[in-house]
Structures are given as C-alpha cells and as structure tokens.
Write a new protein. Structure first.
Ligand code: SF4
Ligand code: MG
Length: 322
C-alpha cells in the first residue's frame, strides 16, 4: 500500500479584487495546483521537479495540512487526511515532517540548538524528561553536529550545519514521511552532496519516505526512486528516475534537461530549449498549459487538455503520446 496518496488535488487561492471585479461579482483565483495525482510507497523517494511557482511547494505543504485543498483527496496509510479536526490532525503532525529550503529562517534565532530540537519533542510528549538531553545529543550525532555545540545559537553555525539542525528537528518527531522542500538549493555546492548523502543515510536507517522538491532535475537524480515533473500545477510526466533520465518523453521534461548546464559532451541535448514565460496561473491557457511554449504544439493542444497516458512504467500527459 502507498504511504501517501494524492488524488486529483486542486488548490486555488482567492485573490483580492479591485472595484470593478467586486462590482461585477467576479472572484479571481491563483490556480496553484490543478489536478495532481500520485502515490509514494513506503521507503521510497519521489522527486517533484518544476520551475518556481509551478505548485510543487503548495502540493507538499497541503499534504502536511498547512493548506486546505480546494478539492481532491490526500490519503496517509489509506486514510483520508483532508478536512480533519485539529484533534484528529494532531498525530499526523508528528508522522509527517518538513525540511525547509532556508534553514536559517526556520530556526528561532533566540533559541539554543538543544531547545530548538527539544521543542517538538516536549509538545508531543515523545521522550520522558529525564531522557530528553541524551535523546537530543544522539540526534545531533546522527545528523553530524557535535553535541558539545548544544548550547549554541543558530547564527553560530554554517548554512550546512543549520540544515543539519533542521533535519535533526524533523527527525526528533520520529516521522514516517518527510517533505523536503528544496533542502539544498540555498547551500554551497560543496555542501549539497553531504546533505543529500545524510538524507539518504537517514532514510535507510529509519525507513523514511520522502517527497523531495527541487527546481533542478540534476538534484533529484541520485536521491529519487521516481520523478514527477510539474508544470503550472499539473504533472506532465512521472516515472522511474533512470527511465526519465535516459528517455524523457514529455516536451517540457526534455526542455528541463536542456536547461541543465552541460559539463560533459556525453550529456544529452534535445534542442527543446525553453522560451517564453510561464503563463499566468490566474488566467490559465486553454488546452495543454504548456502549448504557448511548446515547439510541437498542434491545433488539438490549444483546445484540449491532454490526459495522463500510461506507457510501460511511465505516465505522460501529452497529445504526442499515442
Ligand atoms: Fe506540446 Fe501539445 Fe504535448 Fe502540450 S500536448 S506538450 S503542447 S505537444
Ligand atoms: Mg517552492
């Protein structure tokens, strides 16, 4: 059974309207997520990739209960977790954790590291008080921070160390599922691989399941079992990582590959360079959302939204796929 399942998720945010729209009784929306479905199996990592503003963070945050979906369903261990009362939501707040892009802004600058890690443990009464300190020291060791630094404040650590502290805090809850929202994109390139390796080690040790969000395909290559490519709040292609990397099928996926700087001459190029801007999520285009930027766009693409089609292990939403 899937640990997490998202079914036809839609998330629209109402926007404040000016005088004329109010007068005409028009309410406009930002269509952040427009019908997304996927499953994540226990112990697996799904990479969720797309340009900024495509709805990937909104999807991750909605799974964690930070936003209410406009429609659709989210299942955790087969149970629907949308529209829960706060009391019913409480156990999921422990089981499902988040690692943020910017560890600095997510750590309280006035709290010592040991207090930052202890806070959720105390809220959820996870460890008896007399064992708390040992538990925190063990966690710090697990994420590669010397427990001697437990009384230091966030500003006394480097960016990579702060991300390790953010990871320790998420891990303190003994979660099953972690949404990692661009956890390495704010870090030095030299540190990025260390954090990725740490996340992979912790996954193995604790049987964690990840939704790993990134705007860059190359970042998810080593950590993800499967990858989903998102564009304007829809998934255009989803499949096994090695299959997507060896043979991307959707024109947008190919364009994302072409936007990766090529360091070696053996890297593929599909000549599907991305041109133009992402359309406005308030007034979405008709048909395939990618048609204004797609060099293969046909008449049908301007009129009809392509359905998800399964080919072998892959799912692709494009009229080119028969
Ligand atoms: Fe391009 Fe048409 Fe496929 Fe959309 S459906 S990606 S516009 S070919
Ligand atoms: Mg984001």
């Amino acid at each position: 059974m899937a640990l997490v399942e998202v079914k036809d998720l839609k998330i629209f945010f109402p926007i404040k309207s000016g005088f004329f729209s109010r007068w005409r009784k028009e309410q406009k929306y930002i269509h952040a997520v427009n019908g997304v479905s996927f499953k994540i199996n226990k112990g697996e990592t799904l990479g969720l990739v797309g340009e900024s503003g495509c709805g990937k963070s909104t999807t991750g945050r909605t799974i964690l209960g930070l936003y209410e979906p406009t429609s659709g369903d989210i299942l955790f261990e087969g149970q629907s977790i949308v529209n829960l009362l706060p009391k019913e939501r409480f156990p999921y707040r422990r089981k499902m954790q988040m690692i943020f892009q910017d560890p600095y802004s997510s750590l309280n600058p006035r709290m010592k590291v040991k207090e930052i890690i202890a806070e959720p443990i105390i809220t959820h009464k996870l460890v008896p008080e007399e064992e708390l300190e040992d538990f925190i020291f063990q966690l710090m060791e697990k994420v590669g921070i010397d427990p001697d630094y437990a009384n230091r404040y966030p500003h006394q650590f480097s960016g990579g160390q702060r991300q390790r502290i953010g990871i320790a805090r998420a891990l303190a809850m003994q979660p099953d599922f972690i949404v990692a929202d661009e956890p390495i994109s704010a870090l030095d390139v030299s540190i990025q691989a260390q954090i990725l390796n740490l996340l992979m080690d912790l996954q193995e040790e604790f049987g964690l399941t990840y939704l790993f969000i990134a705007h860059d395909l190359s970042v998810v290559k080593h950590i993800s079992d499967r990858v989903a490519i998102m564009y304007l709040g829809k998934i255009c292609e989803i499949g096994k990582t090695e299959e997507i990397f060896s043979n991307p099928l959707h024109p947008y996926t190919r364009a994302l590959f072409d936007s990766i700087p090529r360091l070696t001459t053996t890297s593929k190029s599909y000549h599907d360079v991305l041109e133009g801007d992402v359309p406005n999520p308030i007034d979405l285009p008709n048909g395939c959302y990618f048609h204004p930027r797609c060099r293969y766009a046909m008449e049908v693409c301007r009129q009809k939204s392509p359905e998800m089609k399964s080919i072998e292990n892959r799912q692709v939403a494009c009229h080119l796929i028969k």
